[in-house]
Design a protein around this ligand. Sequence first.
Ligand code: BGC
Length: 737
Amino acid sequence: MRNILLTLAFLTMPFLKVYSQDLPVYQDTSKGIEERINDALSRMTLAEKVALCHAQGKFYSNGVPRLGIPGLWMSDGPHGVRAEILWREWRQAGWEIDSCTAFPSLTCLAATWNPEMALKYGTAIGEEAAYRNKQVLLGPGVNIYRTPLNGRNFEYMGEDPYLSSQMCAPYIKGVQKNGVSCCVKHFALNNQEWGRWSINVEVSERALRELYLPAFQSAVKNGGVWSVMGSYNKLRGTHCSHNDYLLNKILKDEWGFDGVVMSDWDATHNFKEAVYNGLDIEMGTSQRPDKGIKWDKFTFNECYLGNDFYNALKNGDVPEEIVNEKARRVLRLIFRTSYSPVRHTGNMDYEGHAAACREIGTEGIVLLQNNKTDDLKHPLLPLSAWLKPEHTIMVVGDNATRMLTLDGGSSELKAQHETSVLEAMQKKFGDNVFHNQGYWPEPSNNNKHDEWLENNAASRTQAVLLARTADLVIFVGGLNKDRFQDCEDSDRKSYDLPYEQAQLIEELAEVNPNIICVIMSGNAVQMDWADKVPAILQAWYLGSETGNALLDVLMGYVNPSGKLPFSIPFKLEDCAAHSFGEIAYPGNGKQVEYKEDILVGYRWHDTRNIPARFAFGHGLSYTTFKYGNAKLRNDGGKWVVSIPVKNTGKLTGKEVAQLYVGKEDSSVPRAKKELKAFQKIELQPGEEKTVTFTIDPQTDLQYYDETTKAWKTESGKYTIYIGSSSTDIRSTVKVSL
Ligand code: BGC
């Protein structure tokens, strides 16, 4: 049979050759992509070019049907492939074949401090996107975590530009090797949801360059991302989805981005700016207030880059090169994805992807605290060290049973499965586990607040009574995906744990000292109760494998190795964005001013000597690591820093060695220290490894000089700090440049 096929193939080859010689250049895959794009463009009518530049459905934009060039199907992003949405409305289409693996939230991924996990994540989600025939996955989100009130921080990668830069690039590569484009979002400065549609951000050029842009730049330069989404807010007076400075000058000219800029959904507001300021595909427009067209009468050709664009081009009011430039970019994206010669079929490997999801989740969970209890005389965790078959376990709290993959806005998911904490615990411990609600989330529009208060108090009383009877209490709370929690288009109203959880935790801890607090959230929460409980885990949103991943860490099947990608301040006022009055957050309704400038997150805590309850980079293990002395040598102008790290405990574990650099005698204000490198290593008990970092002083120590509008490296003295967190510094080296 094989021979027959081979003979047939051989005999048909001459015909294929003739056939391929007749192919138009744009179809000829032996030709380079730019040549093919130019050829396609030369065959297209003006109307066809314009049709590439705006949506033709909620998540679809056109190809060139006459030429057989397919369009682009898109999907949110960033934690899984979203269920299908109706063509013109935001409701789900009600399909039965559009479920997905829900991956841990991006804050959890960032907390792994492990770029290999990001590659694994991207590869798996990209396979699902390809399988679902999506060409563009709307993610990852890389906006910097500026305030713990931002409702979308869970979709981002924390407060440090270096960490998010390192973590976003492999995610993108993993997705794009499946022939699916990432669309990194939201470019730029979408650091709060409050007023997001129009708020104007005033930020210094230096903070913009040093903090808010690097992750996007890394997405472009290191990740090779094929598309970028402009944000809703304005920068210096102009909406970011059509902001000349951000899109033309920085993204396309400076960084050489050759892909597509698409608007966020409904983020296009002005014809001229849409035409000239770097936007390529207008997505999500659903009305034209300037023309009095409301959403019920709106058709997609009425986008700013639709009929109006066509007419202006036809009349010669807009030069054709403008549409050619946009069309060329859109074609490039199409040729890279839907029209790629390799048909990426992807796969729905639920089992494999669930395994990836579980692994990423366990690596991202952060053990914030693990003290000895009076009762046990040893740390409460891991449970396998002391828990006996006869022990009873109380699992308490709404997040132990809530499906946290639902809601939250555009990152909502229809998960193929989601194992809750309670389910996983019951599977493991059977009847020894009992659940109690403990607290009730209050709906955001509740008009029966007093009634809710009463119910909640009753629930609390009952929970406290039951907690006395258990050998172990596992409290599972935090935020959820409701409005004003971790949710798009709203910010949190306060830093507290909502729904009177703090009170519940304190009362539970009073009657049962063996209590573990598991906080599921994408944001820091106030933890005034922290000293009253022995163990705290920051468990993010873990997706499909929530319960299993958490159980792995609680039991010690996996030794925790996550590190915080943001600081957890004692109180909101300790956070930089909340230290300059309302104008710095949430702004005056029109404008928000980033008055803290470059001192965001740990840069603020460190430099201003305002301790955080849990510092950036903090995260414990069930084993202990001892660092030796760091040594530095100069290798052709590069600084090679090495430090031995030894596992001094009894369990295998992973440690993230973090390298920060500070400059004391700087001529410009600087953060006390900044993260410049990190490495995650695994060590067996007693094992020692030498971690080696290479720093290029010419590029890694730069600050952005506003006067010369250029990056600058100052000579003088620097201190290199190496530690287990941003405050737990184990060794320092002084060096002169
Ligand atoms: C969000 C984007 C999302 C888009 C499509 C917007 O409201 O800001 O992140 O990708 O909707 O759902």
